[in-house]
Ligand binder design. Structure first.
Ligand code: E4P
Length: 222
């Protein structure tokens, strides 16, 4: 399973990239608005693309097909690893087809059902992003969408990648990995939590304490 970092924070992206923990990045207008400040969001995206080798999703804000295609083409010019994020709407699906015909990779975002994922895949999306946490928030089982989409894509040998999005905690990552999602995009705090287990810390403390006792004994005068 690939891990993407779901943030526009250069600091977090640089940390995760240099530690070799991530295979790509996803951003959205909310995440960019939070980070960009006075900067041009395109400059922020350019910088992110220079730090990360893998795909970097950048979302269009136009709602009509022509606007999405124009904006998507401009975003794709920022760097070779840009993937254009398109919302799951009828106009968006037409835009995905046009961008795919121009060789531009797309990530269809705001998917909340497996059939939306199928439609996006049929339009030619490189990735589909079902939002797990937001479905859980409204009392639905978000992971069901990943499970159904995996079965459907396998049934028809669809090679669009399933990107588990809106991940809130490590158990989401485990469940998505067991189902076979291709990618999980993680907020930085969730990525950090994946590294941790209290028994690891306790075990390490014990090993070092035992080792230091041994070293102490060896140094002690006979
Ligand atoms: C996906 O690409 C989105 O940026 C993201 O996962 C949305 O997550 P949220 O529901 O935590 O905002």
């Amino acid at each position: 399973m690939k891990f993407f970092l779901d943030t526009a924070s250069l600091k977090e992206i640089s940390w995760a990239a240099q530690a070799g923990l991530i295979d790509g990045v996803t951003t959205n207008p909310s995440l960019l608005a939070k980070q960009a400040g006075d900067l041009d969001p395109k400059d922020v995206l350019k910088e992110i693309c220079s730090v990360v080798e893998g795909p970097v999703s950048a979302e269009v804000v136009a709602l009509d097909t022509d606007g999405m295609v124009t904006e998507g083409a401009r975003l794709a010019e920022i760097a070779d690893n840009i993937v254009v994020k398109i919302p799951m709407t009828e106009a968006g699906m037409v835009a995905v087809r046009q961008l795919a015909a121009d060789g531009i990779r797309t990530n269809v975002t705001l998917c909340f059902s497996s059939v939306q994922c199928l439609i996006a895949a049929k339009a030619g999306a490189s990735y589909v992003s079902p939002f797990i946490g937001r479905l859980d928030d409204v009392g639905q089982e978000g992971m069901d969408v990943i499970r159904e989409a995996r079965t459907i894509f396998d049934n028809y040998r669809i090679d669009t990648q399933i990107l588990a999005a809106s991940i809130r905690h490590p158990r989401h990552v485990v469940a998505a990995a067991m189902i076979g999602a291709d990618v999980a995009t993680l907020p930085p705090d969730v990525l950090r939590k994946l590294l941790l287990h209290p028994l690891t810390d306790r075990g390490l403390d014990q090993f070092l304490a035992d080792w230091n006792k041994l070293v102490g004994r060896a140094k002690a005068p006979v």
